[in-house]
Ligand binder design. Structure first.
Ligand SMILES: [Ca+2]
Ligand SMILES: [Ca+2]
Length: 154
């Protein structure tokens, strides 16, 4: 007898494999990602995933300026949240700046800063499925960074 084009067993196997892949993707655990210098431009951004926390320092050669780029992609739309905080808390000595950019449309979505008096900043933004986003952290020239930072993306 000629075999029919529809093969229930094969279709079930395919579904099972897809199911396992989806489960694996949604079960991906949050990671802590260390920055990797030089990451001073969009082209050299450190890759990060939503749910991860990046750790690093804004400390250029000789205690000078530093810029750290992180890049992540949004698999779904909705509200994204980025929290940038100095590990020094209120002992932090210098103000530092953060920008969130939709790299797909080259649009700056939000900017903010942390200061010694206010060393944590949380910024929400609207994300679009399939777009790539950059988070840019900047320490201006001329002040030594005494502490590292944490950058949480959710
Ligand atoms: Ca850095
Ligand atoms: Ca850098």
């Amino acid at each position: 007898m000629k075999q029919a084009g529809w093969q229930p067993r094969k279709a079930l196997t395919t579904l099972a494999v897809l199911g396992m892949l989806l489960a694996g993707a949604s079960a991906a655990s949050a990671a802590t990602v260390s920055e990797s210098e030089s990451n001073n431009t969009a082209a050299t951004a450190d890759a990060i995933s939503i749910g991860d926390t990046a750790v690093g320092q804004l400390n250029g050669p000789g205690g000078g300026a530093d810029t750290d780029y992180f890049a992540f992609s949004a698999s779904s739309g909705g509200t994204g949240t980025v929290t940038f905080s100095s590990d020094g808390g209120t002992s932090e000595a210098v103000s530092q700046f953060i920008s969130i950019i939709d790299a797909t449309t080259s649009t700056t979505l939000a900017t903010g800063s942390i200061t010694p008096a206010s060393p944590t900043r949380t910024i929400s933004f609207s994300k679009t499925a399939g777009h790539t986003y950059h988070v840019v952290l900047i320490k201006p020239t001329g002040s030594a960074a005494l502490y590292g930072y944490h950058l949480a993306i959710s």
